[in-house]
Design a protein around this ligand. Sequence first.
Ligand code: FUL
Length: 623
Amino acid sequence: MKHTGITSALLGLLLMSCQASQTQYYEKHLVFPEGATLEQKVDMAAHLVPSRQQLQWQELELTAFLHFGINTFTNKEWGDGQEDPRLFNPTQLDAEQWARTLKEAGFKMVILTAKHHDGFCLWPTETTRHSVASSPWKDGKGDVVKELKEACDKYGLKFGVYLSPWDRNAECYGDSPRYNQFFIQQLTELLTRYGEIHEVWFDGACGEGPNGKKQVYDWDAFYTTIQRLQPHAVMAIMGDDVRWVGNEKGFGRETEWSATALVPGIYQRADSVNQALGLNNKTADLGSRDLLARAHELFWYPSEVDVSIRPGWFYHPAEDNQVKSLARLVDIYFESVGYNSVLLLNIPPDTRGLIHENDARRLHELGQYIDRTFATDYSLDGNRKITGREGDSFEIEIKDNASVNTLMLQENIAEGQRIEAFTVEASIDGSWRQIVQGTTVGYKRLVRFDDLVADKLRVTIDRSRANFSISRTGLFYAQPIIEATDTEGTALFTPKSCLLGEHKAPQAIDGDPSTVVYCEGLVPLIIDLGEAMTIKGFCYTPVAEGGNTEGTIFRYNLYRSNDGKSWERIVGNKEFSNIKNNPIPQYVLLENLPATRYLKLEPIEEINGKAQTSVAELGVMLP
Ligand code: FUL
């Protein structure tokens, strides 16, 4: 028996090592063998994996672009290269303010336009006089690249450079060998003078037109220069590490394959192969099975979503009031980071050399929103690894009976991107109801759905290219956002009566926030609208800053009823975020609520953990 045991253990080990050695992974690129079947291709695609630096880059999630340069001072989006460098004169340039603002908002890397299409260099290059060295800023002794890199190091941010291949100032542009040399020298300066560089961004834009200068770039030489000088950097857009998502609006594809048949532009065959396959960066489908059937090779070439916080990429004073709203930025976040992409959000420093107050405020709000949304994971055991095969399901238990509206799924992409389709169901009162269906997952998929109170979710992986491996799941509640502009004009409907516990509380519905009701204990507030009506949400107004805020509700449940006797819970264990530090009216949207007469706001926790309740105003929003 003993003997047999050892033998079978050895056999098991042998088998395991055989199996292990059979699993072949392809780093960054693979070529399908001649005559490969679709099944073989799908299996190979499932084993295409990112390089180490691609993986590290993907994990950054949130990265920032800073478009700053001579255009900032000429108020243009594209300079023509003829600008007087003396126009470059920021009065208060403070790279630490840039880095600090971005760091506090949760960004992990900053990419600076070291040279845009106008050819003006933000560092004192030896290649041209069209640079900061010819400007009055710091008497021509300044170096924006250096200042920002030092600030990034101080704040623990990674640093990347944008270097435009298209150069409208360089006299040698169009004389291909000479310009390539010139460009490599610029690249070499940037990659050797400032320590570690994590991303090199080569813009594909060129506005020369058919009669303009024709420059044939030596991508191989650019590539080997980066490999030699900064082997850990990723090469973006015209490089083969990071792919442009295909728009500058900030939206990724819901079905986003990092394993794609699109050949990166730096390869000579790119145009012919991509044309034959009918592909470019904007194509909706870059990696489906249909495409695999026609493709000869695949690249791990993940998507980067670049978008500006303002309409333009560079600073224009006329756009000071056109900074994207928080709601828009949050949508962008969900449809980039949440769609298997990295977000590259541009914030253009102004002519002072500062991130403008309006942009800084919005970044702060965005950072807080993301932090708060993902601070509480309502799933039990979100960090457990889940593996399985096509058709398998797994369940996610929901903690505290909380209402949730966001599911996070992450594939272990170190083993490849495999999931092609999934279904999410919720167990409500003992029966399963389908909530949403999705396609790809990849590094991260944030699935949004209507607010939901359920015992658990069930996720079924309907289609997978090989056995799937999920590294992380999570369940969150993303607060609806009502913009200041939306809410300012929002008139509240005054309920007919209000009870605090058993006592009438007319002060809570008198339209005057200075009249406050306090009471001992965590006591529910009940409002009666007089008749059942369609409502859009409710608003709890706490005692304002400076007043006696004891009893301010922090966490709550909300119930609805039409007879004041039987209650349905519609919001479970929610918080009025930041109400302690910023006690402003709390607008809460309620979606798809049937006509309702009574609402009950039940406090679960007071801001300081006391058993007290207070309210300045309570009202509802009508559609
Ligand atoms: C484009 C450029 O032309 C814009 O000016 C901006 O730099 C954007 C990120 O890429 O191609």
